[in-house]
Design a protein around this ligand. Structure first.
Ligand code: ATP
Ligand SMILES: Nc1ccn([C@@H]2O[C@H](COP(=O)(O)O)[C@@H](O)[C@H]2O)c(=O)n1
Length: 210
């Protein structure tokens, strides 16, 4: 089974993806990390984020072993990722890796912006996670503070809105819910309640197919 999770920045996709994968014994791929890794590699090598040829080359040489690098989590790299991810040829270079991950047994949960629309249009279950921007900004700010980093909630909110706008309005694989996605608004749900709501969606789809 393939579970596709999409949604705007800091809506809880990764948290939910990890928990669903654990619940079902599946593998989990946070696809945002891939675009973050491309952006970081370009910046580290001193290239412009719009250098298409270099960006594609970097995308084709990515080392998944480095997806855990702590700098990938930063706001700066997230912002850079949303620039580089708008280049269609960069996205194309990353499709096979994601589809292969989705296809491998025993099942997979992928989260991102275009999983249900482009990467896995035939996913068994599609969930589009949303939450009010202010709620997302508060959660992201608390997360940064908990890591001991300085964080200004207004600046975090501005970054989230800017990134969502860029991701929604790009020509290639824009952020949007697939027509057959289940919308899950977790603005007023804690993590556990959000996970239970998602499991209920998955189970309802499974029951329908029996
Ligand atoms: N339902 C929830 N209630 C409270 N906090 C939540 C909930 N879901 C996620 N969070 C918290 O919100 C923050 C953002 O969640 P997460 O990193 O999963 O979002 P994301 O959509 O994967 O982000 P990104 O778009 O940057 O990849 C984290 O600190 C997470 O613990
Ligand atoms: N499937 C995806 C996943 C991510 N992106 C872009 O990467 C940026 C960072 O993603 P996070 O999920 O880690 O926040 C994001 O803003 C998108 O621009 C993407 O295009 N497609």
């Amino acid at each position: 089974m393939i579970i596709a999770i999409d949604g705007p920045a800091a809506s809880g996709k990764g948290t939910l993806g990890k928990r669903l994968a654990h619940h079902y014994g599946y593998r989990h791929l946070d696809t945002g990390v891939i675009y973050r890794a491309v952006a970081k590699a370009l910046l580290d090598q001193g290239f412009d984020l719009n250098n298409e040829a270099r960006a594609v080359a970097v995308a084709m040489e990515l080392d998944p072993e480095k997806f855990g690098h702590p700098e990938l989590k930063t706001q700066h790299i997230g912002d850079a990722a949303s620039v580089v991810s708008a280049i269609p040829s960069v996205r194309e270079a990353l499709v096979n890796f994601q589809r292969q991950f989705a296809a491998d047994p025993p099942g997979a949960v992928l989260d991102g912006r275009d999983i249900g629309t482009v990467i896995c249009p035939h996913a068994d279950v599609k969930i589009f996670v949303v939450a009010d921007p202010q709620v997302r900004a508060r959660r992201r700010t608390l997360e940064a503070l908990a890591r001991g980093e300085a964080a200004d909630e207004a600046a975090v909110l501005a970054d989230i809105l800017k990134r969502d706008e860029r991701d929604r309005n790009r020509a290639a694989a824009p952020l949007k819910a697939a027509a057959d996605a289940h919308i899950l608004d977790n603005s007023n749900l804690d993590i556990e309640a959000g996970v239970q709501a998602a499991i209920a969606i998955v189970e309802a789809v499974r029951a329908q197919r029996k």
